[in-house]
Design a protein around this ligand. Structure first.
Ligand code: ABN
Length: 173
C-alpha cells in the first residue's frame, strides 16, 4: 500500500511540477503577447489621432480647395475645405464617418504614394460646394466593393452627408 501511495504521489508531483507550471507560464506569456498586440490588431477608431497628426506638411503642393489637389485623387463628394472645414477636419456641427473609402495618391513633391482615407462628414445638409468626382481606381456600381459612390454617413450617427475630408493614413509601399 505504501509503495502504491509513493508511486501515486511521485507521479502526481511530476505532473504538477512539469505540466501545470509550464502551461500556466505559457498561458501568461500568450496573454501578455496578445495584450500587447490587441491595440494594433483591433479595428479601434483612430480617426482623431490621424486628424491631429495630419498637419500641413512641407512639400505638400497644390490648392486644397481645388479638385486637382493631389490628395483628392480618389475623392467623390464635396470638399470640406470649401465647406467651413479643412482638408482633414469636418466643419463645425458635423462628425466624421468611421467607415470610409480608401485611395492611394501620389504626392508630386516627393513622388511617394500615400494611403488616403476619404471620410464623409455627417450631420448637416449637403454642403454643395466644390463637388469633385476624381475616383482614381474606382469601378462601376455593379462592383460595389470598388465603388466610391457611397454615402458613408450611413454608418454614422447621422446619415445626412455634408462633405468629405482626405486624411493621410500612411505611405504605400
Ligand atoms: N462619399 C460621398 C457621397 C455621399 C453621398 C452620396 C454619394 C457619395
Amino acid at each position: 500500500m505504501k509503495l502504491l501511495d509513493r508511486l501515486f504521489e511521485r507521479s502526481t508531483r511530476h505532473v504538477a511540477d512539469t505540466t501545470s507550471r509550464r502551461k500556466l507560464l505559457g498561458r501568461i506569456g500568450s496573454l501578455m503577447v496578445a495584450g500587447a498586440a490587441l491595440p494594433v490588431l483591433l479595428p479601434i477608431d483612430r480617426t482623431s489621432k490621424a486628424l491631429a497628426a495630419d498637419k500641413p506638411m512641407a512639400g505638400d503642393p497644390g490648392d486644397p480647395n481645388s479638385c486637382d489637389y493631389w490628395r483628392y485623387c480618389s475623392v467623390d463628394g464635396f470638399l470640406c475645405a470649401c465647406c467651413g472645414g479643412s482638408v482633414t477636419s469636418c466643419p463645425p456641427g458635423t462628425e466624421a464617418s468611421q467607415v470610409t473609402w480608401i485611395g492611394t495618391c501620389r504626392n508630386p513633391a516627393d513622388g511617394k504614394d500615400y494611403i488616403i482615407s476619404y471620410n464623409d462628414c455627417c450631420g448637416k445638409h449637403s454642403c454643395a460646394q466644390c463637388a469633385c468626382t476624381r475616383n482614381d481606381s474606382e469601378e462601376p456600381a455593379y462592383r460595389p466593393f470598388n465603388n466610391n459612390d457611397v454615402n458613408w454617413c450611413l454608418a454614422a450617427k447621422s446619415h445626412i452627408y455634408h462633405c468629405t475630408v482626405s486624411i493621410i493614413r500612411g505611405v504605400a509601399i
